[in-house]
Design a protein around this ligand. Sequence first.
Ligand SMILES: Cc1ncc(COP(=O)(O)O)c(C=O)c1O
Length: 405
Amino acid sequence: MPDTLFGNDAVPLDLLTERAHNYRWAEVDPGVIPLTAADPDFAVAQEIRDAISRYAQEGVFSYGPHRGTPSLRIAMARELSSRGYSGVDAQRILPLDSAASCMYAIARAFLKEGEEMIIFDPVDFLFEQAATSVGGRVRRCSYDPGTRAFRLGELDRLVTPKTRMIGVCNPHNPLGRLMTDDELETIARFARKHDLWILNDEVWSDIVFPPRSFSSFHHLPDSLHERVITVHGFSKSFGLAGLRIGTILAPSEAAYSKILNASHVMSTAGGASTLSQVAAETALDHCRYWVDDFVAHLAGLRDLAVERLNAMPGVCCEAPEATYLLFPNIRETGLEPEELTEYLKKNAHVAVIPGNDQFFGPGGAGHIRLCFATSKKLLVEALDRMDAAMHALAKNQDRFSSHRN
Ligand SMILES: Cc1ncc(COP(=O)(O)O)c(C=O)c1O
């Protein structure tokens, strides 16, 4: 057993090399440290392992309830009510096989071919993919790189007769930013004025660094979240990505019923596995301490990483208010994000995500994204290697100064 939950010896490297996919340990060359997909390098809380083992030992894996296990829905409702969300009802919570799947189901329920969803730029690719999976189109609201706030003044220009939905990622991947109460209210009023649904992705809402705290649409007056459909996940805060589990909170019976039809759970073609629901329920009921310790660990790493990145030539990095993602601006290097990503993989043996269209939309240009949900030792090793490689790049190319902006 490792000394502490998030200590240097708490990263099970052999198992990660076997099991951590999606750009991570199992997919990179030996010796490369992946700071890529947003997925913790740590084993999950003991309570979750025990609950899964107990359930598995009993040996019964019959079909579960179509709408998800009542105990998970009740646990989720309790969790959200304890955060001060108003109007939460376990009957309107639907567990599905991942937050990603929840986003797709919401798009199927509320967007038709040729209709539009306004999303932010940059933002995680799942928003665009959910819209295009039903033949929908996205229109993007840009952000101000100085303040890192979205230019909500653009919304009126982006809305058309075909707009049905606005996708909000709060906390934001990849900017690590929290929406303010004022911003949430502006978006909610805009949605109400134009009769739009809000696809509200709160997958990152557990990973928030004090003194900042999380505000949700559900903290606003009821009339402002009547069209908010909220997605939660268990991959980021509890390390359950491989179990594929997430939940939707629908604002009304009618919205819930549309989502239910679109989710394919009634035909058994969709839905979360019962084992994953056991894990999620245990996480909510017994593992809050684990997330608290995780966030405390991450807060230290965030400060360390931001300081180290800003000391690298050509790199400029803001500290995220939430998430374990860093999104440094690398324009000054004169390299495209893909070029720098390749360079770092080859020369620093560190893998990162390029800020390109594929991952984040055009607004990701000039950036790379790093995930720091690992041990201090591994992160320092990765940053040391990056630092040496960036200094070598600056020295060899002597080009950074000409690209200052
Ligand atoms: C903003 C956002 N939404 C959804 C997801 C998907 O989460 P899940 O693993 O539950 O599908 C991610 C994963 O990176 C994410 O960052």
